[in-house]
Design a protein around this ligand. Structure first.
Ligand code: SF4
Ligand code: SF4
Length: 107
C-alpha cells in the first residue's frame, strides 16, 4: 500500500509535502507531484501538511479521484525506482490525461 496524490495538487505544486518525506519519494512532474508507490514507507507524514488535502492513503482516495492512484504508478513507467526525488528533479512524465487537464484554478 502507499499514499497517493490526487487532483487538488494539479497546478499548485507548492511542495509542502516534500520537506516531510523521510525517504524522498515525492517526485515532481509538470502538473503535479507523484508519490512513488514502491518507495513510500506509508509513514503518513506528508498527508496533514498538504494545504489542499490532495494526499490520501491508497484505501481512502475519494472515488472521483480513483484514477489518480494509477497516475501515481504510471508516472514511474520510464523513471523506474530512482531511490530519491531530489536527484531526479522536475520531469515531464505526467500521464497524458493529466497533461491534457484544463488549467486548475486555486483562488
Ligand atoms: S503539499 Fe499537497 S498541493 Fe503541495 S505539492 Fe504536496 S500534494 Fe501537492
Ligand atoms: S507517506 Fe511518508 S514515505 Fe510516503 S510519501 Fe508521505 S511522507 Fe513520504
Amino acid at each position: 500500500m502507499t499514499y497517493v496524490i490526487a487532483e487538488p495538487c494539479v497546478d499548485l505544486l507548492d511542495k509542502a509535502c516534500i520537506d516531510e518525506c523521510p525517504v524522498d519519494c515525492i517526485y515532481e512532474g509538470d502538473r503535479m507531484l507523484y508519490i512513488h508507490p514502491d518507495e513510500c514507507v506509508d509513514c503518513g507524514a506528508c498527508e496533514p501538511v498538504c494545504p489542499v488535502e490532495a494526499i490520501y492513503y491508497e484505501d481512502d482516495v475519494p472515488e472521483e479521484w480513483a484514477s489518480y492512484t494509477k497516475a501515481n504508478v504510471d508516472f514511474f513507467d520510464e523513471l523506474g525506482s530512482p531511490g530519491g526525488a531530489s536527484k531526479v528533479g522536475k520531469t515531464a512524465h505526467d500521464p497524458q490525461w493529466i497533461k491534457d487537464l484544463p488549467p486548475q484554478s486555486h483562488e
